[in-house]
Design a protein around this ligand. Structure first.
Ligand code: ATR
Length: 283
């Protein structure tokens, strides 16, 4: 008799370290919810071991239909894939992989996750004229891409290392403006959206006092960091009575396109899932 595990659809998440990843919990929840005989598991792979892991995936004997990649493999995944979608191409990083006729396809679902989270929690973000993005790392690129795609007129990137912000402005076009941290208070004035993409305040560093009340009416402060749920930036914004959206929804939404690709069902981001992940974070 055939072993049913051999015919099971399998997907993975790989990174180093990987044990803190919430992806197995998220995909495991959806597999159960949709009664799919599939498996999603964590594969710890070092940076040195990643090219061999990719070769294994492309081999006919691979147990996987695809999977997610996280730190430190996002840039390598983009470079090693056979087919790269336009968003991953522009960001220079991929987080979602799938196999089709032994060719490895790569995309980046962070842009979708960011936009889908705000669409659900604060649809008014789509009408914003001016946005501030704090940070200029890999995560900031996905946010800038989403804001630019939404047609936001002015996008101000503020970063401790100003040349990284300038690099992003050069790469992403005319509507992006780069600033040093000292300009934060000034550029926040009149903004309809403020996005933190840094770990500011979580490594013991001082968080500058930001006057969010100078933002436009109905202004929103959001974070893409979700541990803790209320980051130091969100704490300040909440204390000033601002409307805020935490980063957990982006994590949940970015997982949707991959699950659909591998297992053939488009899952929903519901409160049960959100509570499950929060419980796991508190454990
Ligand atoms: P990621 O890919 O998660 O965005 P990253 O590329 O390491 O990670 O970028 C982290 C971002 O957080 C950067 O914008 C970084 O600022 P620098 O470019 O100056 O390093 C920012 N960041 C991290 N810790 C910070 C701190 N204590 N104060 C200010 N900015 C900080």
């Amino acid at each position: 008799m055939a072993d049913s595990r051999e015919t099971m659809v399998k997907a993975f998440v790989t990174g180093w370290p990987i044990k803190h990843s919430r992806s197995p919990l998220i995909h495991g929840h959806w597999l159960k919810q949709h009664r799919i005989a599939g498996e999603y598991r964590a594969e710890p792979v070092t940076a040195e071991g990643f090219p061999a892991f990719i070769e294994m995936l492309k081999d006919a004997s691979s147990p996987y239909v695809g999977g997610n990649v996280t730190i430190p493999h996002k840039e390598s995944a983009f470079r090693l894939a056979d087919e790269v979608g336009p968003i991953a191409e522009e960001l220079g990083a991929a987080n979602t992989l799938w196999l089709q006729e032994h060719r490895l396809h790569a995309t980046n679902t962070d842009v979708y996750g960011f936009a889908a989270n705000l669409n659900e929690r604060h649809p008014g973000w789509q009408r914003v004229d001016k946005a501030v993005v704090l940070g200029a790392g890999g995560a900031s690129r996905a946010v800038i891409y989403a804001l630019r795609e939404r047609g936001i007129g002015e996008i101000h990137v503020v970063n401790r290392t100003v040349f990284r912000a300038r690099e992003l402005a050069d790469r992403f076009g005319a509507r992006i403006h780069a600033h040093p941290m000292e300009a934060l208070a000034e550029v926040t004035q009149g903004a309809g959206l403020f996005v933190n993409t840094t770990s500011l305040g979580m490594d013991g560093s001082d968080v500058p006092q930001i006057d969010f009340s100078s933002m436009a009416a109905e202004g929103l402060v959001t974070d893409i960091v979700y541990v803790p749920l209320e980051t130091p930036i969100l704490r300040q914004a909440n204390a000033q009575g601002m409307k805020t959206v935490d980063g957990l929804g982006m994590l949940l939404h970015q997982a949707v396109p991959g699950f659909e690709k591998w297992f053939g069902v488009r899952p929903r981001v519901d409160d049960t899932l959100r509570e499950l992940v929060i419980e796991d974070m508190d454990a």
